[in-house]
Design a protein around this ligand. Structure first.
Ligand code: DX5
Ligand code: ZN
Length: 226
């Protein structure tokens, strides 16, 4: 059975064509849109916002929308992203520093109290060990296969083994959390990422192709059987 989900990182497209791209992707079977939020502080770039999520949800209420918060103090924005209609709130473990006293448990509970599903993101250098104890309370663990901030980067090779380690832990301990990955999915990497145990894959550059190829490109990854 093919239970995997493919979330499309919408930031990758030309903004003037996004509506058209969404329509084509829905026709190809897209169920999940990944919205990259960047604050120019946690990462050296700026990207999307609450209004963008709301505009998508208003027009396509059935499509799942996540907010990938590449921001310091993302907990401040839980309420506004929930109001915008987001289904998943993805926060970075690396943002919970000494300067930001909120705990992993507190942020998870706050996200749940606003009826969103909590997902924790780990940068490539951050070990799964740090967050193992929170797995039961998370919807998913999202492994970054690249450094956050820019789409179109090449995958960091250690990503495959990290996904493998998490998948092994999940199986051996009968855990139900999902494994999500973001960044670096290409023709020569997507199979290995899925084979390693990812259930939800974010695709950006992979689907940033000419219009007549978009549907086929999305279906290729969606229909890949592990
Ligand atoms: C990068 C973002 C990703 C990115 C996808 O900071 O989080 O979602 O747009 O990457 P590619 O283009 O490699 O699929
Ligand atoms: Zn992302």
């Amino acid at each position: 059975m093919n239970n995997k989900k493919v979330a499309v990182s919408i930031y990758v497209f030309n903004f003037l064509e996004i509506g058209k791209k969404i329509d084509e992707l829905i026709e190809a079977g897209m169920e999940w849109i990944h919205v990259d939020i960047m604050d120019g502080n946690f990462v050296n770039n700026y990207a999307l916002c609450q209004k963008f999520c709301k505009d998508i949800k208003d027009k396509y209420p059935k499509i799942k929308v996540d907010a990938h918060m590449m921001c310091s103090n993302s907990e401040k924005y839980i309420e506004s992203f929930a109001e915008a209609g987001c289904d998943y709130f993805i926060f970075h473990y690396e943002t919970l520093t000494d300067k930001n006293p909120i705990t992993v448990n507190n942020i998870i509970n706050k996200i749940k109290s606003y009826n969103m599903k909590p997902i924790i993101a780990l940068n490539p250098e951050t070990s799964f060990e740090h967050i193992k104890t929170y797995c039961d309370d998370l919807y998913a663990v999202m492994c970054m296969n690249i450094l956050p901030g820019f789409n179109g980067q090449k995958i960091i090779e250690s990503s495959y083994s990290k996904i493998n380690i998490i998948n092994k832990y999940r199986k051996e301990n009968n855990k139900v959390f999902k494994i999500m990955t973001d960044g670096g999915l290409r023709e020569d990497t997507y199979k290995e990422i899925l084979d390693a145990g990812a259930d939800i894959v974010v695709v950006g550059a992979f689907v940033n192709v000419e219009n007549n190829k978009l549907k086929g490109q999305f279906e290729k990854i969606k229909n890949y059987e592990i």
